[in-house]
Design a protein. Structure first.
Lengths: 297, 282, 268
């Protein structure tokens, strides 16, 4: 994984016209190529505003946003920036432009003026990558939420982006749809080195990321690995966020004296750590456990 | 009196080439004041089933009795809809009036109540959902935040003072705090007013936390119904249906796979926590 | 459940009509309409009728679609037939009963009128059955593009049509949902006089409009994110090319028109 920065935000400030409060205040962060990054925050923390700055849908009032060396303020960069940073939005319906799936996937390349034969190739390839090839000629409105989001992703892949941004793209999906979208995106990262930025409220989604940024009331209050961030319980509390359920359980058990691993954050890793602890405890080291063991033998 | 669902079947567009059997032979009783959770994979018939509870859909086979009233009788539907309040997914999309108060009053007005009664109910409902009337009654519903809109929509149903409240994914699209607020509101309705709750949800943890009983739908049929303990003890089958398990149950199964057996199939995190600590200290 | 939409329903297929350039089909449809109106003699009507059957066969569209395209209009057709029957004046009286007069001219008028309507409805349905929505809008856009020189927004109109067609089923589902939600609150859409029923639509229309605007906003953002910047420099995945089939079909229909003109002038 290259350590090259692909998106850089420096001292970003933003205020919506007609609003008194600052949506974003002095936010600086950088995203490296090939990373999977999560931006988490409560409702109104500014994460959606921040998200729209990544592809020049919004321009900062103060500070600069640089995508692959291009400043988002310069109008001549806009189309290229939007090609490189593909964005998936929350509502699966309101991203589909045409009636038929493959025509929708081709919408992006058509806008870029790509030659027709090349568009055809890209559409087929993109649908293959999101595992929706059988649906190429189907009506887009009839798909499930997860399928619609995958078609949206395919539409972005057809433009050959470097970064995929998911703006709470799983919020309106059922668990199966959420799984479909997340596994597709993770696979793209692992197999193609696609940089992924996930804006989310679900802490569980942030667990699989390389780094997590926490926004609260327009400010960046913490950045770090998921482990580092979820261990800052007080900071999370103040940011009106919840640590993942297993992390909370782990901490409660640790406080009660169980030797659980400090890095266990998922069901599997917590089960491993607990099973280890329990097995070690019942080993016939000495004392009262011996009699029980002798009986069971 | 309970809601009785007797051998309910529903086929969309019966007799045509596109006939689709959404529900087959469902028999279920929903008791006064109980919290029933309805779970099932997407397409299992959950939405279809709840629309039978207030007569929005008519059975193609079997019948549904609400407090003894048959939903197939057109004349009884108005009464049934005042007994069974229904909150659809993303209810904020049904707001339409000029002010929040007028919108909340829509339901009571359709019930033909007196002005004073309506006013009192609107006031009560808004307070109940956490939207103080002094501040919110005269605002336009379209100026509220997402969470506030949802609560306003909920108030619109509560103002009808239904005996049963049917909710289809009431927490969809809300942030963790919003989810917790709506859920505790629903539970308090049940514990304070004795309102029967029927909640369709994909969130196993929420259902595990609050439901007295759970009904599991699978491909239009009732797979099983019972206490959460019993339902979640059939984890293998639930997983095969494409359903998730509550997080506590998942951990219980994971521990079991690693040779650590717990006395129960815990489905609540707090209970699992206590059990693990007890086991450690034993 | 999703509403069944026969409105402009597209039937995917690979017939030679399907493969015709949409521009050809649009222009030939205009020609077909001219043919239907030029015919003015009873037995000459056989020609467009045969043409219709021919088109259905070539498009490999089952006969059931002929009937389903007419079904929504059946009462209107009957109504118009009866109106024409009784309102046209003429000389050769066939039936006289009290104030009712049916003349031979009237019968002919009524038959012509109804026959024309049937031919029009069924014939134009072939266009929508064999052409996908985006091909239709692409064809229209291409046909209108010479008008761009006088600043006619051909591309914008075509894009609007594409998006409108895409959202019809979605909006219909939403209308259904909103209607059900309001019914659950005791709304009644069936009883009352005209004024009451119109008023009762407000709880459906207002949320629908608000939602439509919100969708438009979000869709615009999504389109911009996908580098949409108007019609300049846009290519198409499926390019429109004229083939020999287009020439053949055009020649055929022109021949039919010419033939009808000749037949009409024959002293029979």
């Amino acid at each position: 994984m290259s350590a090259e920065t692909i998106i850089e935000l420096v001292n970003i400030g933003f205020q919506y016209a007609g609003s008194e409060r600052r949506a974003l205040e002095n936010v600086s962060l950088s995203i490296k190529k090939g990373e999977v990054v999560a931006i988490v925050g409560h409702n109104g923390s500014g994460k959606s505003t921040l998200c729209k700055m990544l592809n020049a849908l919004l321009l900062p009032c103060e500070g600069t946003v640089t995508v692959d060396g291009m400043n988002t303020v310069a109008e001549e960069n806009t189309l290229e920036i939007r090609r490189r940073v593909g964005m998936v939005f929350q509502n699966p319906d309101n991203q589909l432009v045409t009636t038929i799936v493959e025509e929708d996937v081709g919408f992006g390349p058509e806008n870029l003026g790509v030659p027709p034969a090349e568009i055809r190739k890209r559409v087929d390839a993109a649908l293959g990558e999101v595992e929706m090839r059988e649906y190429a000629e189907k009506a887009s409105h009839a798909l499930s939420g997860g399928q619609k989001q995958r078609v949206a992703i395919a539409g972005l892949l057809a433009m050959q982006p470097e970064v995929l941004v998911l703006d709470e793209a799983t919020a309106m999906l059922d668990p199966r749809g959420r799984d479909e979208v997340l596994s597709t995106v993770m696979r793209l990262n692992q197999e193609r080195g696609m940089t992924v930025v996930m804006i989310t409220q679900f802490m569980e989604e942030a667990l699989g990321c390389d780094r997590v940024f926490v926004l609260s009331d327009g400010r960046l209050v913490m950045e770090g690995t998921p482990e580092e961030v979820f261990n800052e319980r007080e900071m999370l509390e103040n940011s009106r966020l919840d640590a993942p359920a297993y992390v909370k359980l782990r901490d409660a058990l640790a406080a009660a004296g169980l030797p659980v691993s400090h890095s266990a954050m998922t069901c599997e890793s917590l089960a491993d750590s607990l099973a280890d602890a329990f097995h070690k405890k019942t080993k016939p080291a000495a004392g009262k456990k011996d009699r029980n063991h002798a009986d069971s033998n | 009196m309970p809601i009785q669902i007797e051998q309910l079947s529903h086929t969309y567009m019966p007799g045509s080439a596109l006939a689709y059997p959404a529900l087959s032979d469902i028999t279920l009783t929903i008791n006064d004041g109980e919290f029933l959770g309805i779970i099932g994979h997407t397409g299992s018939g959950k939405s279809t089933m709840i629309q039978h509870l207030n007569g929005l859909l008519q059975p193609t086979g079997g019948r549904v009795l609400v407090d003894g009233l048959d939903t197939r009788e057109k004349k009884l539907r108005k009464k049934i809809r005042s007994l069974v309040g229904m909150v659809f997914q993303y209810p904020e999309y049904q707001l339409f009036e000029e002010t929040v108060a007028k919108d909340v009053a829509f339901g009571p007005k359709n019930m033909g109540l007196e002005e004073n009664d309506i006013h009192e109910r609107v006031f009560e409902a808004l307070t109940l959902v956490g939207l103080p009337p002094e501040r919110f009654a005269e605002q336009s519903p379209f100026e509220l935040s997402g969470g506030e809109k949802r609560r306003a929509a909920l108030a619109g149903i509560l103002a009808m003072r239904p005996k049963y409240l049917v909710l289809d994914e009431p927490m969809a699209g809300l942030d963790p705090r919003g989810r917790a607020e709506i859920l505790s509101l629903i539970e308090s309705l049940r514990s304070t007013n004795g309102t029967g709750i029927v909640m369709v949800s994909h969130s196993m943890d929420d259902v595990a936390m609050y439901a007295d009983r759970i009904a599991v739908l699978d491909c239009g049929g009732l797979f099983m119904e019972g206490a959460p303990e019993d339902v979640f003890s059939r984890g293998e089958e639930l997983l095969k249906m494409g359903l998730a398990l509550p997080q506590a149950t998942r951990l219980v199964y994971a521990l079991r796979a690693r040779g650590v057996e717990l006395e129960h199939n815990y489905y609540r995190m707090d209970e699992l926590q206590s059990a693990l600590i007890r086991r450690w200290n034993a | 459940m999703t509403a069944n939409i026969t409105l402009g329903q597209f039937l995917p297929g690979d017939s030679c009509v399907h493969r015709l350039d949409p521009r050809t089909k649009i222009m030939l449809m205009v020609l077909y309409i001219v043919i239907v109106f030029v015919v003015d003699t009873l037995w000459v009507f056989a020609v467009p009728c045969l043409l219709l059957v021919f088109m259905f066969i070539m498009a490999r569209v089952p006969a059931s679609y002929f009937f389903s395209s007419l079904k929504p209009m059946r009462w209107l057709l009957l109504f118009m037939f009866i109106i024409n029957l009784f309102s046209t004046s003429g000389d050769t009286v066939l039936v006289q009963w009290w104030i009712v007069r049916i003349t031979q001219e009237a019968v002919l008028r009524a038959v012509f009128f109804t026959l024309r309507l049937v031919l029009l409805i069924a014939g134009t349905s072939i266009l929508t059955l064999t052409t996908s929505p985006i091909m239709l809008t692409d064809g229209l856009e291409k046909l209108m593009s010479p008008l761009r020189r006088i600043h006619f927004p051909a591309h914008e109109l075509a894009m609007m049509m594409t998006i409108a067609l895409r959202f019809i089923p979605t909006l219909m589902e939403e209308t259904d949902r909103i209607q059900k939600a309001q019914m659950a609150r005791g709304a009644d859409f069936e009883s009352g006089n005209i004024v009451q029923r119109a008023k009762s639509m407000i709880p459906i229309l207002v949320p629908l409009f608000v939602s439509a605007f919100r969708r438009a906003d979000e869709l615009a953002m999504a389109m911009e994110s996908r580098c949409y910047h108007g019609g300049e420099g846009r290519t198409r995945m499926r390019e429109l090319h004229f083939h020999t089939g287009d020439l053949t079909a055009s020649v055929l229909l022109c021949a039919v028109l010419a033939g009808i003109e000749i037949l009409e002038r024959l002293p029979l």
